[in-house]
Write a protein of this length. Structure first.
Length: 443
């Protein structure tokens, strides 16, 4: 898109204002709520520098979680929501930048107190100076946004249908905190207890709807975080799984690396029917220095880095982010020529050591995880463990480890095993494994 976009939106989810950072050594002993507030403020400054017309928060402004709306957690949530509003107004003072948002599960105690939900106090109005509605509707630069709060998703369906039908094929944007069943990885019931079938029903019929979810903290560096389908009977919409501006999670296996901090955001530009997402990681040395107090003046250009190639598509056009097609086209990762795997055996476990696989050539693809298997003398896989790479931090292969270790448990003492290691991409494709020499567990 060469001309100035019609619409520019910064997108964050799971901000969790008040969460105390503690994964990086510089945070040990901090213990005060200000660390995450700083991170939020500098992230918003970066989005402001991009000239956003709006900032969209896909739920979980707060960190304190109380579903009943009573007690200490509610009081903490009140303060966190107000603090988000204060930071937003401080950063965007003197601009026309709008706030788009919905309540998530961590905000649900406040949702219960909204007068429109039978309560007596509008925390939304107090924090953001705008009226609360059971279904949030926004019109920005000629584009419609519809938001569903946690637990009220069923009420948004008719509004989405009305907006999508009236848009003449232009994009309509729908946000809810819970994931969309059967689409992105966080829509897999294996990873998400609250997988939301209603959300899919709200958007499945509309090719011009782009739908956003949060909640699971899965990384946007994962190419499965955007979903379209060309298959008959599948939803016709586009689904985007937004990551977190706070602590991260991974869908497949445990973490390797220095932290669980993803710190991701999206920068969306729209021109007519064309939509582009720039993926941004704010887990940078500059942001670490700012949040820890080592620096006080940000270098905006150094605060963020790319978290992967842009996602770009035309609403109503080719479904280029169909996971089935992308998986078929992917080339499985392989290990370098001559690579070897070793194992240090205990009595009922072994620590398996192996080098990193070769970088993948297709833009956006990288080694997602490694699976180590223990094989007994009869050739049976008796135990296995999976470890994820640092892909969730950012999409820069240069920051990945050169060697990995994974513990495989559940072994029998004084028993011989061989160990196989597979390198897998996000589509779960793997090439030829590495195989160790025989290793005997201790008595």
């Amino acid at each position: 898109m060469s001309k100035k976009p019609d619409l520019r939106v910064g997108i964050v989810s799971d901000v969790h204002v008040g969460f105390t950072l503690h994964y990086d050594p510089r945070y040990y002993g901090l213990g005060q709520p200000g660390s995450q507030e700083k991170w939020l403020a500098y992230t918003l400054q970066c989005l402001k520098a991009k000239g956003v017309d709006a900032v969209m928060v896909v739920g979980d402004f707060c960190n304190a979680c109380d579903y009943t709306g009573k007690g200490r957690h509610k009081e903490v949530s009140e303060g966190e929501l107000r603090r988000f509003g204060e930071i937003f107004r401080e950063v965007f003072a003197g601009t026309d930048t709008r706030l788009i948002g919905v309540y998530g599960n961590h905000d649900s105690g406040l949702l219960a107190e909204e007068p429109a939900c039978g309560g007596h106090r509008s925390h939304w109005q107090e924090a953001f100076g705008e009226p609360f509605s059971r279904v949030m509707c926004y019109e920005i630069n000629g584009y419609s946004f519809v938001g569903a709060h946690w637990g009220l998703e069923a009420e948004a369906g008719p509004v989405v249908a009305e907006k999508a039908a009236a848009a003449n094929g232009k994009p309509v944007f729908y946000l809810q905190h819970g994931a969309f069943q059967g689409t992105t990885p966080d829509g897999d019931p294996a990873y998400l207890f609250e997988t939301n079938e209603q959300g899919v029903n709200n958007v499945r019929a509309w090719e011009n709807v782009v739908a956003f979810s949060g909640h699971t903290h899965f990384p946007i560096t994962d190419e499965r975080a955007i979903w379209q389908s060309a298959e008959e009977g599948q939803p016709r919409c586009t689904v985007v799984s937004c990551s977190t501006l706070n602590y991260g999670c991974v869908a497949d296996g445990s973490l390797s690396g220095e932290n669980l901090q993803t710190k991701h955001a999206l920068y969306m530009t729209v021109s007519d029917h064309e939509v582009c997402f720039e993926r941004l990681s704010f887990w940078t040395e500059e942001m670490l220095a700012l949040a820890s107090g080592e620096k006080t003046e940000p270098d905006i250009a150094r605060c963020m880095r790319s978290a992967g190639p842009d996602w770009r598509f035309t609403v109503g056009g080719e479904k280029i982010y169909d996971p089935t097609c992308r998986a078929q086209e992917a080339v499985a990762p392989v290990f370098p020529e001559g690579a070897m795997v070793g194992a240090d055996c205990g009595d009922t476990y072994a620590t398996v050591k192996f080098p990193a696989a070769c970088p993948l050539e297709r833009p956006g693809d990288f080694v997602h995880s490694y699976r180590a298997e223990a094989v007994d003398a009869a050739g049976r896989v008796v135990s296995a463990a999976t470890i994820c790479t640092e892909h969730h931090v950012d999409g820069d292969e240069r920051r990945f480890s050169s060697e990995y270790r994974v513990a495989v448990g559940g072994l029998t003492p004084d028993t011989p095993y061989t160990f196989r290691v597979y390198a897998r991409d996000c589509w779960q494709k793997s090439g030829k494994p590495l195989t160790s020499f025989v290793c005997r567990t201790k008595k």
